[in-house]
Design a protein around this ligand. Structure first.
Ligand SMILES: *[C@@H]1O[C@H](CO)[C@@H](O)[C@H](O)[C@H]1NC(C)=O
Ligand SMILES: *[C@@H]1O[C@H](CO)[C@@H](O)[C@H](O)[C@H]1NC(C)=O
Ligand SMILES: *[C@@H]1O[C@H](CO)[C@@H](O)[C@H](O)[C@H]1NC(C)=O
Ligand SMILES: *[C@@H]1O[C@H](CO)[C@@H](O)[C@H](O)[C@H]1NC(C)=O
Ligand SMILES: *[C@@H]1O[C@H](CO)[C@@H](O)[C@H](O)[C@H]1NC(C)=O
Length: 532
């Protein structure tokens, strides 16, 4: 889309000079629009990324010679828009992953009959299947730390390197050390750091031998991978950086996991409602209180940080909440909150219920021991007793919104810079979220406006917010919408008029045009991307 000059210069939309207080905006008038955050760095094509639980790899991606068409078709929609997601083959089950060079299948679960997975055996096909991803897809090779065995982790690292070395961007040792048995490190940060450095150094030596390099690869590891759960062991990036986790020079990026809600126990399950997951004030609070201190510690050390795994509701989501259109509004808002805070990539987690994760959780696997796919996933990749027919879920359209909002200048592969906007007067901060997106060279280019107020099917009348953005020389508008916030049928959920239930777009693309001075109408539970 062509950038048309606005009636404002880039300078006038930057934060006001020191000592000047911006007037309360009564509208989103472009010429008096002061962001409430600093403007982020320019985002890379890999900002929108994913994490897939290794135990369910075959369900999501098939085998090398029989790829799962639905998943790859879905990912192609992002690729065609310039996105280059980084795929983390990670999650809790990476910590029971064992490499067997003689196994034919990509990933085989060893279960206890009730869906409890205590081992995931992967063969060469696990890595060979990476060739089925779009050209240029990079991966995070994840290694088992749970078994406390350098040999198990080393075998995985060397196999992944031998089979797909040029696709591996980072290695990651262990998932969520915050959830390991207390006996392992006795709540001692330094004990964790020492063991992490010892393992990664020894694995690095094995990798350099395998590649005939003299020195182990530096800057190739993700560090931390902690959750924000309150635990005795403090190993978030903000804890590990001062503890010297990079004294061996191996860390490439710091990774933290973000789950503000959960169905892991009854008390948290009650809080995991549509109304709560769409409270923008609370989403920003969680990002600032739980995640940003680690992000800042990383950036202060001159390092990049990522949300290496996240989703709305831990322990596989909540049917009726995370499988509805609410999840699309949630995902768009949270990904943009982390874009403002300079995450280099955000890895939306995909998987299925893990029985050993919690003995009080809401979700269960299928009665026949088949996967109980997580209801926060982009798709149910295969038909199952628990979730029915294979299909795409309503959340998917949010990925198109975020990818297009940050989309890239072809030549330099540099995407938008983004800042948060104030709440327009008359609206509640908890119900409305606005972002300005700047072209790295030409200034204000787009707005994303999310009306987060829930409109439930058949409950009252649906409200509409009218946003006056003042004078502009015309703009195009793409809309993310559904009949209601609790809509579960992705055939009725659209981005720019198109739905994606079976992976491919259905319907004609609809781009609205906004005349000079025309106000933007956004119904409750709806979002728009305005492109000037
Ligand atoms: C993000 O990075 C930019 C520099 O590219 C910096 O100016 C800004 O303060 C950072 N934002 C946050 C929230 O740390
Ligand atoms: C993959 O991308 C590279 C670099 O852009 C290009 O040289 C190569 O031809 C591409 N391969 C295929 C199979 O498209
Ligand atoms: C790895 O650890 C798990 C959990 O403690 C255990 O069940 C499994 O037998 C171990 N596997 C190996 C190969 O040691
Ligand atoms: C870790 O240290 C190495 C060597 O000093 C440095 O090149 C690298 O940038 C550091 N990594 C991070 C994430 O700070
Ligand atoms: C939204 O979240 C904020 C911050 O956590 C909280 O103070 C407020 O009560 C919440 N609003 C609603 C309607 O729940």
């Amino acid at each position: 889309m062509k950038f048309s000059t606005l009636a404002v210069t880039a300078g006038s939309i930057l934060a006001p000079a020191a000592g000047v207080t911006a007037a309360e905006p009564s509208y989103y008038k472009l010429d008096t629009l002061y962001p409430t955050s600093p403007i982020s760095k320019a985002h890379a094509t890999s900002f929108v990324s994913y994490s897939f639980e290794p135990a369910f790899w075959a369900e999501f991606f098939g085998e090398p010679d029989s790829p799962r068409t639905l998943t790859f078709t879905l990912l192609k929609n992002l690729y065609d828009r310039g996105a280059r997601p980084i795929i983390r083959a990670g999650g809790i089950t990476m910590d029971s992953m064992i490499y067997d060079p003689n196994q034919k299948l990509s990933a085989v679960r060893t279960e206890n009959g009730k869906g409890g997975i205590y081992r995931v055996t992967i063969g060469p096909a696990f890595y060979e299947g990476w060739d089925n991803f779009p050209n240029g897809t990079a991966f995070v090779s994840t290694l088992n730390f749970g078994n406390n065995s350098v040999d198990i982790a080393k075998d995985l690292a060397v196999a992944s390197h031998q089979l797909q070395g040029d696709k591996i961007l980072y290695y990651e040792l262990g998932n969520e050390p915050t959830n390991y048995p207390t006996a392992r490190w006795q709540r001692n940060t330094q004990a964790y750091v020492d063991q992490w450095k010892s393992f990664t150094t020894r694995i690095g030596t094995a990798l350099s031998a395998a590649t005939a390099q003299l020195t182990p690869p530096s800057g190739k590891w993700w560090a931390s991978s902690a959750t924000t759960d309150v635990t005795g062991l403090k190993v978030r990036p903000s804890d590990l950086i001062p503890a010297g986790v990079n004294s061996t020079g191996l860390v490439g990026q710091y990774s933290i996991h973000s789950y503000a809600f959960a169905t892991c126990d009854a008390a948290r399950e009650r809080r995991a409602t549509i109304t709560n997951i769409l409270n923008h004030t609370d989403l920003a609070r969680y990002a600032d209180v739980e995640i940003y201190p680690s992000a800042k510690a990383a950036m202060d050390a001159g390092a990049e940080w990522v949300v290496g795994e996240f989703n709305s509701i831990a322990c596989s989501g909540k049917p009726g909440v995370s499988d509805t259109f609410a999840q699309a509004l949630w995902t768009a808002d949270v990904e943009l909150l982390y874009a403002v805070r300079n995450a280099s990539s955000v890895h939306l987690h995909q998987g299925a219920t893990l029985v050993f994760q919690s003995d009080q959780q809401l979700n269960t696997p299928g009665d026949d021991g088949s996967p109980g796919f997580s209801s926060y996933s982009l798709l149910y990749p295969v038909s199952s007793s628990k979730r029915g027919e294979a299909r795409v879920l309503p959340v998917f359209v949010s990925q198109l919104l975020v990818v297009e909002a940050l989309s890239w200048t072809d030549a330099i592969q540099m995407g938008g810079r983004i800042a948060s906007l104030p709440t327009p007067a008359g609206l509640k901060e908890s119900e409305f979220s606005g972002y300005a997106i700047y072209d790295p060279y030409t200034g204000l280019k787009r707005l994303v406006l999310l009306n987060m107020k829930p409109y439930y099917a058949g409950v009252g009348t649906r409200g509409t917010v009218l946003v006056d953005i003042g004078f502009h020389r015309g703009a195009s508008v793409k809309r993310m919408t559904a009949p209601s916030v609790d809509e579960k049928d992705s055939a009725k959920v659209t981005w720019a008029g198109q739905s994606f239930r079976d992976g491919k777009p259905v319907g004609k693309e609809t781009v609205e045009t906004l005349e000079t001075a025309e106000k933007v109408a956004i119904r409750d539970s709806e979002a728009v991307l305005i492109d000037f």
